[in-house]
Design a protein around this ligand. Structure first.
Ligand code: GDP
Ligand code: MG
Length: 163
């Protein structure tokens, strides 16, 4: 079984963009993997010689009716439970939001390592863009750009280090 990386984060932080980069192409989607929920967004990739599965938890839920936690609905929570590593994405341009904090609180109870990825950091100073996210207390925030590919190799190498 390949290690499973699960992308988690509020809408619009760049999960799907990173998913597409990690899988190389939309065609890498795995549609009928036995034992996996069909409508979950799975893909396959390989970085640094290590293959992995990646799950984009965005688009899995109906739009929240009310409350921030409505966005962390059943399918996302199940994906978190099945993760070998979670990549928690936040938006370095938007900054830290209340939704990020709610998600961080849930991820503290995850049974696998959580890597905090500060996305949209292309062209920004790493120390500056990550500074306010230390307060989430989920380890050292890593500046990345899913759109440009910055920091992705290091992030995945860290997440896959035990595998
Ligand atoms: P999702 O809702 O978390 O899946 O986010 P998307 O991948 O759909 O991206 C949301 C918006 O952020 C889109 O307009 C993307 O083009 C933009 N975006 C995603 N990644 C980056 C990035 O690394 N840098 C910048 N500047 N924009 C990005
Ligand atoms: Mg998306």
């Amino acid at each position: 079984m390949l290690p499973t990386l699960v992308l988690v984060g509020r809408p619009n932080v760049g999960k799907s963009t990173l998913f597409n980069r990690l899988t190389g192409t939309r065609d890498a989607l795995v549609h009928d993997m036995p034992g996996m929920t069909r409508d979950r967004h799975y893909g396959r990739g390989r970085i640094g010689g290590k293959p992995y599965l990646v799950v984009d938890t965005g688009g899995l839920e109906p739009v929240a009716k009310d409350g921030i936690m409505a966005e962390m609905a059943r399918q996302t929570l199940q994906a978190i439970d099945e993760a070998d590593a979670i990549i928690f994405m936040v938006d370095g341009r938007a900054g830290l939001t209340p939704q990020d904090k709610v998600i961080a609180d849930r991820l503290r109870r995850a049974h696998c390592p959580v890597f905090l990825a500060v996305n949209k950091a292309e062209g920004m100073n790493r120390a500056v863009v990550t500074a306010e996210f230390h307060e989430l207390a989920l380890g050292e925030p890593l500046a990345i750009s899913g759109a440009h590919g910055d920091g992705i190799g290091d992030l995945v190498a860290e997440a896959l280090a035990p595998f």
